[in-house]
Ligand binder design. Structure first.
Ligand code: GLA
Length: 339
């Protein structure tokens, strides 16, 4: 038996570093992604994957234990190892991975891979989002939230997915034809395990333990924290949640100038208050905003490098004005079986 799955990458339009704080975000799934094909063979006690972007194959015993996952080499094979270690009654076999997603560019190549892998291995889980998140935690040690997985699983053509991370409910927001969405690769690649992602999250969770649900907390109350780091963290999260709502509303009434302005405001909040931007990303956002037809720009995803998302008037040729690699992204459907 053979199974093939395509899982898209994602671009977060707005709402970063809000998912693990029970906040709001509005990502899209995109046309680029990961295809995983798997041939089941119950005579084998290993799972072997080859990837078109990696020299070394991943070969993992099907009885691998969770405690062994982080020692697996090559490091990309830890995703395969974690998926196997977290599942029961898995069958051996061989498979192939192809990806059209740039790695380390903030387009969720790893969550896309984890979801495609889980589905291709036929792991019947009623919580695909939670399972893929656990795979990532185990494989990398990065305590990521559920933003990437929610977008990748629930993406829809022509739509953004507005997610409420209190209960993982979501609604679709149509992306009107009058605007185009671009990704600009900053060229600064990063691995979240070597970033301050975890320490920012710790600060956010500490603030929540002191103030309670930040969705019920006003900016005035935040000042009571008396600690500038925590005040800044909360200032970003509270204002970012509001921007997600206003962005969704702006799109629905086709107020594209406001939508674009909210993106740029989000960037500076991530840069100044959450401190997850870099001089390269800041400079790219500044330059993008000077281009005629650009409505707004911001870092997308975790930050610390990666890509900038730009909202532009339909038909804009952004590549003409930037030397960095530009990709026009299309809001696309979520992960699905290919055969
Ligand atoms: C990464 C994580 C997500 C989310 C974003 C920031 O993509 O995987 O869970 O926290 O960063 O919004």
């Amino acid at each position: 038996m053979n199974r093939s799955v395509f899982a898209p990458g994602r671009v977060n339009l707005i709402g970063d570093h809000t998912d693990y704080a029970g906040g709001l975000a509005l990502p899209i799934a995109i046309q680029l992604g990961t295809t995983v094909t798997f041939d089941f063979d119950d005579t084998l006690d290993t799972i072997l994957f080859r990837s078109d972007s990696q020299e070394q194959a991943a070969e993992i015993k099907i009885d691998i234990d969770k405690s062994q996952v982080r020692q697996v080499e090559p490091s990309w094979a830890r995703f395969v190892a974690a998926t196997i270690a977290l599942s029961d009654g898995i069958v051996g076999g061989t498979g192939a991975i192809t990806s059209s997603l740039p790695i380390g560019s903030g387009l969720s190549s790893s969550a896309s891979f984890a979801i495609a892998l889980t589905m291709a291995l036929g792991l019947d889980t009623d919580d695909l989002v939670g399972f893929a998140q656990e795979v990532e935690h185990l494989a990398t040690g990065v305590p990521c939230g559920k933003l990437d997985q929610m977008a990748i699983v629930n993406g829809k053509q022509h739509c953004g997915v507005q997610i409420d991370f209190r209960d993982l409910s979501y609604t679709y927001v149509e992306i009107p034809d009058e605007i185009d969405i671009f990704i600009v690769e900053s060229g600064q690649t990063r691995q979240l395990e070597h970033s301050n992602y975890g320490t920012r999250q710790e600060s956010a969770l500490k603030a929540i333990s002191m103030l309670g649900d930040l969705r019920e907390t006003s900016l005035d109350k935040v000042a009571d924290l008396g600690n500038i780091e925590l005040i800044n963290i909360c200032t970003h999260i509270i204002s970012e949640n509001e921007r997600v709502i206003r962005f969704g509303e702006a799109l629905s009434v086709k107020d594209f100038n406001s939508a674009g302005r909210l993106l740029t405001e989000s960037h500076w909040s991530l840069s100044n208050f959450y401190r997850v931007s870099t001089p390269i990303l800041d400079n790219l956002v500044e330059r993008a905003n000077l281009i005629k037809g650009v409505l707004g720009a911001r870092l997308t995803g975790a930050g610390f490098g990666g890509s900038v998302v730009v909202l532009g008037e339909a038909g804009l040729d952004l590549q003409e004005s930037l030397s960095e690699k530009v990709i026009k992204v299309l809001p696309s459907k979520g992960a699905a079986l290919v055969n």
